[in-house]
Design a protein around this ligand. Structure first.
Ligand code: ADP
Length: 574
């Protein structure tokens, strides 16, 4: 996953071009009014995946260039930070610059690296951290198009593809500096029933089995048409991604399903792979994706939506976009803990796995024009076990298992084990075979993990009774042997026993992962009002909608309903 950039520079460490400066350093006070000592300097900052090395060239009063010699930041997600930040730092001669939303850690690493280089160049901390207020007036921009899509996640991108295919002029608005939203972060894969990839490996499946599996999870829906569309369209959704160039050939069971129907690429993260191929298609169709621009309000005239108002703080622009159809594809609200807590107060204070843009903007804009919501309480926390990882159990601080690990998406179990405890976490217990034989396991080892040569010893390290944890592991090993988890009915991820030392304990805190509730839509993805009638010209798809599925088929939903929304939004313009 990591891309290593190696740009070689003629001058490596520090080339000082100023004459007469012995050791290459000179205090600013000695430089009269000069801000820097002219030359090229290197600084290091901490990015998301490791060090970022900035190479900064300065004259006495200006920053001339900023390049990056080395970094291992995630391609795509981090690109806008490398592109935009240097420009602003050079313009304002300060590192007191806002991070690029969606790439905050990388941005901070870049700022740290450039700052270190500028300090080496003799600048004072005060000079290069001064806040330069941007007083540029906002420019008013008016655009007219057929279809505006709000949000560039999977739902927005697939809607854009179909709307353009149907001949519409499309504009996509994206609040963050990066494209792909939460979709680009998704693990797991896309659920599809009855695909040729399943058939190739002998998996027998069909949409009815998929439908029944979702219905068995205890979620209710006002209109099951939407779930029916999701399962019936799932095979074609997988094929859609494949035709755009994504590999979907690896199939795994997920979320406690006994049938393997989650399709993912052999290499690379599923969501990022899918978002990338869709983005490439959207761009090849000539559709403009306006980034760093947040939709603020739907424009309504005579009871019909006729456009969107949006603002770009970075570009200092206020947009009025006139459109014949508007598609809301702004994703869920996991990153808005206040809103999350409004619907499930037990989740107060939890973090999220989601992109920072997913704060429920679309839901609020839709409510303002009369939309109604469904299933808002259905909020999932991240299972401690990714479906890509097996041979691991999750235990509470009492040393016992408390749920079918792969299905642990409901807060109920988690809250039960944490009753009265301030800190909310579980321990993943695994052995050395599980650690070494699975690529997916490595990401769990990013920080120091309690390690011991016996379960007894491991228990001591994490403050659990040794005999209790030993009993839990022994019971589990018997379940693996007989392929029968009598306690919780787990059927997957039980290939090897937990028996080979050393043993590991990984502490996991749950995160809010997916919000299955949202705007009510009909089968044509029209946004519905309180009388169950479509709000004219307004469509919605993806995680921003509610009452479609239980929260475990998100990638399928965004493609199936995103495509329907795009087609219908285009049709509505005719
Ligand atoms: P889905 O899975 O439904 O496609 P994602 O979370 O993948 O949802 O994508 C939603 C996208 O919408 C994110 O990129 C997010 O930054 C963007 N977004 C959220 N609110 C706004 C807004 N007000 N204006 C423009 N884009 C928005």
């Amino acid at each position: 996953m990591k891309k290593r950039l190696a740009i070689f520079f003629m001058s490596l460490i520090m080339v000082v071009t100023m004459s007469g400066c012995g050791n290459g350093k000179k205090a600013v006070s000695e430089m009269d009014s000069a801000m820097f000592q002219a030359g090229t300097y290197e600084g290091v900052g901490k990015g998301k995946n490791g060090d970022i090395v900035a190479v900064v060239e300065v004259s006495e009063d200006s920053i001339l260039s900023i390049n990056f010699k080395e970094h291992s930041e995630t391609p795509g997600i981090s690109d806008p930070a490398f592109e935009k930040l240097p420009e602003t730092i050079i313009k304002n001669k300060t590192v007191a610059v806002d991070a690029i939303s969606g790439a905050t850690v990388t941005s901070n690493g870049i700022l740290e690296a450039v700052k270190a280089a500028l300090l080496l160049a003799g600048a004072t901390e005060k000079d290069i951290t001064k806040v330069v207020e941007d007083n540029t007036e906002y420019e008013s921009v008016e655009l007219t198009t057929d279809v505006v899509i709000i949000g560039s996640g999977g739902a927005g991108l697939s809607a854009a593809i179909e709307a353009a295919n149907a001949g519409a002029d499309v504009i996509v608005l994206e609040k963050l500096g990066t494209i792909g939203g939460n979709t680009a972060r998704a693990g797991g894969g896309i659920n599809g029933a009855g695909t040729k990839y399943q058939e190739a490996v002998g998996i027998i499946d069909n949409p009815d089995a998929f439908y029944n599996s979702v219905m068995s999870k205890g979620v209710t829906f006002k209109d099951t048409t939407l779930l029916r569309q999701l399962v019936d369209g799932s095979e074609s959704a997988v094929e859609f991604l494949h035709e755009l160039g994504a590999d979907v050939s690896v199939i795994i069971p997920a979320h406690g399903d006994s049938v393997a129907r989650t399709h993912r690429p052999k290499e690379g993260k599923p969501g990022a792979t899918f978002a990338k191929v869709m983005q490439a298609k959207v761009e090849s169709q000539g559709t403009k994706i306006i980034t760093n621009t947040a939709a603020k309000k739907l424009i309504v005239e005579n009871n019909a939506v006729v456009g969107v108002e949006a603002t770009s703080e970075t570009d200092r622009k206020n947009y009025k976009i006139n459109a014949k159809s508007v598609v809301i594809a702004t994703g869920g609200f996991s990153a808005n803990n206040e809103m999350v807590t409004k619907y499930d107060e037990r989740l107060a204070g939890l973090g999220t796995t989601n992109s920072p843009g997913n704060v429920g903007d679309g839901i609020e804009m839709a409510i303002e024009v009369g939309a109604v919501l469904e299933n808002m309480h259905k909020i999932n926390v991240m299972s401690p076990l990714s479906s890509a990882v097996s041979d691991v159990i999750a235990v509470s601080q009492d040393g016992v298992r408390f749920a079918e690990e792969y299905d642990w998406l409901d807060m109920d179990n988690f809250v039960k084990i944490n009753e009265g405890k301030a800190e909310r976490f579980v321990w993943l217990i695994l052995d050395d075979t599980a650690r070494n034989e699975q690529a997916g396991m490595q990401s769990y080892f990013h920080s120091e993990v309690p390690t011991a040569n016996s379960i007894e010893e491991l228990a001591k390290m994490i403050d659990i009774e040794g005999d209790v944890l030993t009993k839990t592991v022994n019971t589990w090993n018997k379940a693996v042997e007989s392929k029968n988890d009598a306690e919780f009915g787990r059927k997957t991820g039980m290939n090897n026993k937990i028996e080979k030392a050393p043993f590991y304990a990984i502490k996991l805190v749950p995160n809010v992962h997916h919000t299955a509730g949202g705007i009510r839509i009909d089968g044509d993805t029209h946004v519905l009002n309180g009388e169950n009638q479509p709000i004219k010209n307004l469509f919605a798809a993806g995680e921003v909608t509610g009452g479609v599925h239980d929260g475990t088929s998100s990638l399928t939903d965004i493609i199936v309903h995103g495509r329907i929304a795009g087609k219908n939004a285009a049709l509505n313009t005719k």
